[in-house]
Design a binder for this molecule. Sequence first.
Ligand code: AMP
Ligand code: MG
Length: 357
Amino acid sequence: DLHTAYRRQRQMCIRDSTIIEKLDGQNKIHALEKAADLIKNGSVVAFPTETVYGLGANGLDEEACKKIFDVKRRKRDNPLILHVTNDEMVRNLSSEITEDQQKLMDNLWPGPLTIIFKKSDKVNDVVSCGGNTVAIRNPSDEIARFLIDKSNCPIAAPSANKSGRPSPTNAQDVYSDMQGEIEMILDGGSCNIGIESTVVDLTEKPYTILRPGFYTKEDLEEYLDEVVYDKSLIDSNTIPKSPGQKYKHYAPKTKLIVIKGNMDNIQNYVDGLGINTDEIGFILCEETATNVNFENVKIISKRNDYLNFAHNIFSYLRELDKLNYKLLICEGVNEQKMGISIMNRLKKSCANNIELI
Ligand code: AMP
Ligand code: MG
């Protein structure tokens, strides 16, 4: 009956959406404690961070970490980021902290920056995938921090999507990928930043950005002499140094084309596709959207407003993906500053299907 069905679903997936009631302080603490208990008991819990939602487990518990890979259908050669709230935890997980690593920790943590360290023997092979380094981030999101502290362990967490899908930036998007597969989603509303952390390898020179994110090369060079982008970020024929960067990623099920160039040509371009415009879902910047008459347009941000673009991109791709369009068309951005990170995600989302118009 309905009641049993409901109870079964609830056992499989407790969607603890009440946690967004920021004013209801009591339930917030209760839900967080429940989540921390699950983590302590070796379960997987989805939780918000300032970047995207994470799929978290006790980072010191090898079996719990394996569950992350299973639930996500993640390849076993793609290591996990450990989330911490203080330097003491980093000292425990790394075999050394260099002066430059400490400099970034002091200046850019807590925040959307993942630093690669040489790992200590406390880091298990499931997290590091057998490598001798470990990725660590100290997130700024209040709920993430509370969960780590209450769980009393580093939390291993990749993005809370099924491998290959766009990262989830709200609890509902986690739910659509993870329904029935995890016990709890902490709902903290929509993530502030909306794209994943910058990953920088400081274990050897030249220091290398493995994944661009909120922090750009220029931001990091305020503290470090020289930082380079991993070659694969510039030349798509090079194999990425970071395992996670080599896989198909961030992709909607609907075919996606990213357009760049002169947006005055968009009407011509679309007319040439031979698809009715009402069968196309568009993600456009405000300046472009005001000059066209397409049926299904989502305005993502003003043209050089990378912060709002990043904040909206994954949720918009997921939203349009549900509407059964024949094609999605998304306007790209200039590859400067955080635009580099946005285009890094979009290139993967569209499998390099970029049209210069
Ligand atoms: P996500 O899959 O969203 O958690 O992203 C984590 C990213 O960090 C992936 O691109 C991983 O490949 C990368 N990563 C994690 N640990 C390491 C490591 N030890 N060395 C290099 N990249 C790492
Ligand atoms: Mg991911």
